[in-house]
Write a new protein. Sequence first.
Length: 236
Amino acid sequence: MSLLEVRDLTAGHGLLTAVREMSFEVREGETVALVGANGAGKTTLLRTLAGAHHATSGSVVFDGADVTHLPAYKRVRRGVALVPEGRRLFGDMTVEENLLVAGRRARPGPWTLQRVLEAFPMLEPLRGRRGASLSGGEQQATSIGRALMTNPRLLLVDEVSLGLSPVAVDAVYASLAHLTDDDGATLVLVEQDLGRALTVADRVICVLEGRIVLEAPSDRITRDEVTAAYFGVDRV
Ligand SMILES: Nc1ncnc2c1ncn2[C@@H]1O[C@H](COP(=O)(O)OP(=O)(O)OP(=O)(O)O)[C@@H](O)[C@H]1O
């Protein structure tokens, strides 16, 4: 059974429709990469799945229950966690405090402060550092760790690589691989780097102007085919 079922989902900003009648499913344990140019609607889609943005029409079914009209905090309790674009840490709070705050209303589950620090070894020496003083990669790790503290069944990660050095991207992906391989986590992530998306994801969904234009298992699609869909170019 699918963990997530998205049916004809539409969402927008005022008069602008950013997500147009999107339908797709995500199975438990699967990693799905959302790719598409800037402004294609990926962030609006993730925020709508998390309940941080209102759906105009269509539905979001999580673990068999319709959550379309549930606010974000209630979706968190059911196991949906969003790592937002820009990371949005509490800058004046330490890494440890950022993690503990997220854990306060957590679902019961395996993720504790200790476990997050084990999954992201780079955070252990930074426990007492303020969020605002961290590098981009350290902030991204803290932001993912914060989402894990809620014990999610579905982790939505926006712009994993944005603003990170190649070394930091590798470190963050190593931790994500650990989550999917060892813990069977279900991931939907936005990734601008197509090569990376095809490597880490089981399936790639390409979005163009708010619509899904290509959906395929990563091992049955070429980078050229994704690039063509990405730019809306028809290749014969
Ligand atoms: N707060 C907002 N107010 C008005 N329009 C918005 C807002 N956020 C996004 N949009 C518009 O909605 C459309 C989809 O944007 P969205 O951020 O979801 O795309 P994206 O694929 O995530 O792009 P990016 O990679 O730049 O984040 C764009 O046309 C964008 O300009």
